[in-house]
Design a protein around this ligand. Structure first.
Ligand code: GLA
Length: 384
C-alpha cells in the first residue's frame, strides 16, 4: 500500500460526499504463485496477497441507494437503487461493488444504502485481481456498516457470485479467497474442492530472493469470452474422462488417451500437471527451499503457453528474457491473454532481470514493462 493511502481514500470520500467516511477498508490484489486455471476445475491454487490493492471509504445513507465514485475514473460515477439491482443492470467498474450488494441480498444478508469512494494502487487488467479486491473491500465495508458478521470464506463465495452472476464473468474463487484469507509472509494453499485453506511460508527477503511482477502492458479482459471457452473445454474433457472434474485425474499419461480431440487433450493435460506442480511447490516451500520452485514456475508457463494456450507474446518474451538474465524461474500469472508475469530471482540479480526484460521489449519496439517487487502481505483489513 502506498504511504498515505488511508488519508487519500478518506480525502477522496470528503471530496465526493462532503463528509468524513465512517469506515475505510483495504483489500489487496493477489499474485498467483502457481496453480493457473485449476480453481474452476476443483483443483489447487497457491496465491499470495500483495501489499497493493483497493481502498473503499464508506458511510451509510438513509435511503436505499448506492452512490459510487472512483478516484481513478472520476468521470464514471454511478447511482444505483438497491431494489433495482439485477444482473446486467449496472455495467463498467461499478458492477463489482453493486454486484456485491446484490449478492449479499441474494444470500439473505441485505444491506442498506451507502456512499462509497474507491481508491486504488492496482491497475485494472494487469492480472493482479483488482476487481476481486474491489468486491472484497466493498463486502467488508457494507457488512460491517450494517451490523452483519459474515465468515470470510462465505464472504469470498458471495464476492465471487457478484463477479460470476452480476458482472457476468465465470471465474473461480481463487482471487476473492486470496484477498480475504492470506497471511503476511505466506502464500495460501487452497483446495478449491473442499474449500480447505492453509498457509504456506513464503519469506522471500529472508531467503535473499525477490519475486518481480512484470506488467507486460497488454491489457486483458476476462469478459472477452476466451476465459469462458477454456472453462468449457475443461468441462468437456472431464465428461470425456467420465469424472466430475479434472481434479479427479492424477495420472495424465493414463487418462489422456481417452480424450479423442487433441485440443481437449492438451487443455486437460495442463490442468492435471498443474495440480501436481502446485503440490510439488508446496512441498518445496514447506522444506524451506523457495529457490527450488523456479523450475516449476517455468514449467507452469510452458504448460500454459503450449497446452492451455492462454499466454501472449509479451509474456513469452518477458519469461524467456527474465530466465536468460538469471531468474530462477518465471511464468505468466492470472487468467492470461494479457496482464503480468512473475519472475523469481536472487536479490542480487534482480536488476539484471529487469534490464534483460526491458532490452527484449525495446528490441521489439514494445512499450516498456512495469515492475513491482511483490511482498506476500496480509489480507483485507479495516484501516479506519
Ligand atoms: C482469473 C480468475 C481466477 C482463476 C485465474 C486462472 O484470475 O479470476 O478465478 O481462474 O484467472 O487461474
Amino acid at each position: 500500500m502506498t504511504p498515505g493511502a488511508t488519508d487519500r481514500a478518506a480525502a477522496w470520500f470528503g471530496e465526493c460526499f462532503g463528509a468524513e467516511p465512517e469506515v475505510v477498508w483495504h483489500a489487496p490484489g493477489r499474485v498467483n504463485l502457481i496453480g493457473e486455471h485449476t480453481d474452476y476445475n476443483e483443483g489447487f491454487v497457491l496465491p499470495f496477497a500483495l501489499a497493493e490493492g483497493i481502498r473503499v471509504a464508506t458511510s451509510r445513507r438513509g435511503d436505499l441507494v448506492l452512490e459510487l465514485r472512483s478516484r481513478q475514473v472520476p468521470d464514471e460515477p454511478a447511482t444505483a437503487a438497491l431494489r433495482a439491482l439485477a444482473p446486467g443492470s449496472v455495467t463498467g467498474w461499478t458492477a463489482y461493488p453493486a454486484g456485491v450488494a446484490w449478492a449479499l441480498a441474494e444470500a439473505g444478508l441485505p444491506v442498506g444504502g451507502a456512499s462509497i469512494a474507491v481508491d486504488a494502487d492496482l491497475e485494472p487488467g494487469a492480472g493482479l485481481s483488482s476487481s476481486a479486491a474491489l468486491e472484497c473491500a466493498t463486502a467488508l465495508a457494507l457488512t460491517e456498516l450494517h451490523g452483519l458478521s459474515v465468515p470470510r470464506p462465505q464472504l469470498a463465495a458471495i464476492a465471487r457470485r457478484a463477479e460470476n452472476e452480476f458482472a457476468g464473468i465465470p471465474t473461480g474463487v481463487m482471487d476473492q479467497s486470496a484477498s480475504l484469507l492470506c497471511r503476511a509472509g505466506h502464500a495460501l494453499l487452497l483446495d478449491c474442492r473442499s474449500g480447505e485453506a492453509s498457509d504456506v511460508p513464503l519469506d522471500l527477503p529472508a531467503a535473499g530472493l525477490v519475486l518481480l511482477v512484470i506488467d507486460t502492458r497488454v491489457r486483458h479482459a476476462l469478459a472477452d469470452g476466451r476465459y469462458a471457452t477454456r472453462r468449457r473445454a475443461c468441462e468437456q474433457a472431464a465428461r470425456a474422462l467420465g469424472v466430475r472434474s479434472l481434479r479427479d485425474v492424477t495420472d495424465d499419461a493414463l487418462a489422456l488417451d481417452a480424450i479423442a480431440d487433441p485440443v481437449l487433450r492438451r487443455r486437460a493435460r495442463h490442468v492435471i500437471t498443474e495440480n501436481g506442480r502446485v503440490l510439488a511447490t508446496v512441498a518445496l516451500l514447506r522444506a524451506g527451499d523457495i529457490a527450488g520452485c523456479g523450475p516449476l514456475l517455468s514449467a507452469s508457463h510452458r504448460s500454459l503457453r503450449y497446452d492451455f494456450e492462454v499466454s501472449w507474446p509479451q509474456a513469452d518474451t518477458a519469461v524467456d528474457a527474465a530466465v536468460a538474465a538469471g531468474a530462477l524461474g518465471a511464468r505468466m500469472t492470472g487468467g492470461g491473454f494479457g496482464g503480468s508475469i512473475i519472475a523469481l530471482a536472487r536479490a542480487r540479480t534482480s536488476l539484471d532481470v529487469r534490464a534483460g526484460v526491458c532490452d527484449a521489449f525495446a528490441r521489439r519496439g514494445w512499450p516498456q514493462p512495469g515492475f513491482l517487487e511483490a511482498l506476500p502481505s496480509a489480507s483485507a483489513r479495516r484501516l479506519r
